[in-house]
Design a protein around this ligand. Structure first.
Ligand SMILES: C[S@@+](CC[C@H](N)C(=O)[O-])C[C@H]1O[C@@H](n2cnc3c(N)ncnc32)[C@H](O)[C@@H]1O
Length: 489
């Protein structure tokens, strides 16, 4: 069709990334159905044990033979659909015949890739300027990417009041994702399901589903979205938004969702909260590129002198915002800590940096602050700044404890790696509980050690006198040491 972006049409998942699983004979589920000519439902209808467990019958093993009705994915028994151009949402898919409630409409096909590869690809797609997201999650290890290869299901848009839903089925040992009708759909109606979007950062996409209870943005209910207010600025209306509404979970209370008209796309329909997979829309974590002026929100407004340490001021709107929210003394100390903590982005601290866009500064977010605060700090360099021997020793001791915890975690991972990989091969969504518990315990230990180290650093910086210039231990101000060269004695 004219204007349709290029992609390869497939009707079976593509397994270039890994081999298709071979179903072992002992794993084949055989139902107890008996074909009866007078009872159409007898050949693997709703009562079939396999249907009840969302497993397709295996050809050659089903007692109903060719009459088996439970091989819809394998036989591509799709509903009639056709492409349409929507307003503002790109291409969409319409029902080209009446569809019954519960009917299998189409399989979401694409390339089966690892979760890591999905993350890498989604970042690459964003860099290539591709805005439509086609990666969905298959299980905790794998995703389906329909960007380059896919079925017509890749054109189904999102709605906050959907007429379709996704379901996972076991087909010959592999999990496959199908789009099913939530209720009767009449010919000509656009198909839509709730993407259950997980927002990981990057551009926010305004939802144009038109539903009465629309959450206004794709992924608006996901945690990442709620914690961030970063906005994409350009001329596309979908991406240029002044106010991001915060989602109130009370809106999902059943009492507020009373079905009105079940047959239309925009009808009041309960949001399917139980979808167990989410559309993968990872535009990448906020990158250094996006954090144009990350230091600005933690810079003090005026020149600050604290225990012999002076920092040069950088004036910006964000400074003023920070001052509004915090008592000055806290802002000053916080600014200094952040200045030390910032490592890779320290160039941004230099006096005389370029002006920041007014609009951007207005929207500097909590999430950005969070990311800045997570920058690595080098405890050894902090220790060198401290005048008290005890304080220096304490920082170094906590650093050692943190390093111990990190190496413990690494060796545990090496120990359990075979178990994790084995489970992945067997397509289990989780590893054994004992392994998971051990993993969580060591992760917590590492987090605690990091927390202890950072609180010790903060305490030391706030309460310990700093070295005078002539006492200062030799500092290498090149390369990795640049995070402290902006401290002036
Ligand atoms: C799986 S694709 C759907 C097909 C897409 N419309 C196309 O033209 O190829 C998902 C993308 O469609 C767009 N989209 C889907 N539903 C939308 C909605 N309700 N509002 C705005 N954009 C939507 C978003 O850009 C999203 O990343």
């Amino acid at each position: 069709m004219e204007g349709l972006p290029q992609y390869e049409h497939i009707e079976q998942n593509d397994f270039s990334y890994r081999k298709h699983k071979m179903q072992k004979e002992e794993d084949i589920a055989i139902c107890e159905c008996n074909f009866n000519v007078n009872d159409p439902d007898s050949a693997c209808g709703e009562r079939c044990l396999n249907v009840l467990t969302s497993t397709e019958c295996t050809p050659g093993y089903c007692p109903c033979g060719v009459h088996c009705k439970n091989q819809r994915f394998q036989r591509c028994e799709y509903a009639k659909t056709r492409l349409c151009k929507t307003e503002g949402r790109g291409w969409g898919l319409l029902a080209d015949a009446d569809i019954k409630a519960g009917q299998f409409i189409i399989e979401y096909c694409g390339e089966v890739i690892s979760w890591k590869e999905a993350k890498r690809r989604s970042q690459a797609y964003e860099q290539q300027g591709l805005r439509d997201a086609y990666i969905i999650s298959l299980n905790s290890f794998e995703s389906i990417d329909a960007t380059r290869k896919g079925s017509l299901a890749r054109f189904i848009n999102h709605s906050c009041q959907p007429n379709c839903e996704t379901r996972k089925w076991n087909v010959l040992g592999e999990v496959r994702v199908g789009i099913f009708a939530k209720h009767d759909i009449s010919i000509g109606t656009e198909l839509a399901y709730d993407y259950n979007f997980e927002w990981y950062g990057g551009a926010k996409v305004r939802c144009l589903c038109g539903a009465a209870s629309c959450s206004e943005f794709l992924g608006a209910k996901s945690r990442g979205f709620q914690e961030d207010t970063y906005l994409w600025e350009d001329n596309d209306d979908r991406y240029s938004v002044e106010n991001i509404p915060l989602y109130d979970s009370a809106e999902d209370e059943p009492s507020s969702k009373i079905p009105k008209n079940e047959n239309t796309y925009n009808s009041e329909y309960d949001i399917n909260k139980n979808l167990d997979y989410s559309t993968f829309m990872n535009f990448g974590m906020v990158s250094e590129l996006q954090l144009e002026s990350p230091a600005l929100i933690v810079q003090p407004l005026t020149s600050v002198s604290m225990e012999g340490v002076t920092m040069n001021p950088v004036k910006s709107e964000a400074n003023e915002e920070m001052q509004l929210y915090s008592p000055q003394s806290f802002a000053q100390k916080n600014a200094m800590i952040s200045q030390i903590q910032s490592n890779s982005t320290c160039q941004n601290y230099q006096v005389g940096q370029g002006p920041i866009e007014k609009k951007r500064a207005k929207h500097i977010s909590r999430m950005k602050l969070k990311h800045i605060m997570q920058k690595e700090v080098d405890p050894k360099h902090v220790a060198k700044l401290l005048a008290l021997k005890e304080a220096r020793e304490e920082v170094l001791m906590y650093e050692e404890m943190k390093n111990d915890a990190a190496s413990q975690l690494e060796s545990l991972y090496n120990e359990i790696r075979p178990a994790v990989e084995e489970h992945e091969r067997d397509n289990q969504d989780s590893v054994a509980t004992s392994v998971a518990e051990k993993w969580i315990e060591v992760c917590c230990q590492k987090l605690k050690a990091e927390f202890d180290l950072h609180s010790c650093i903060i305490k030391s910086i706030a309460c310990t006198p700093r070295m005078s210039p002539h006492q200062a231990l030799p500092l290498d101000v090149s390369g990795m040491d640049h995070e402290i060269k902006y401290l002036e004695f």
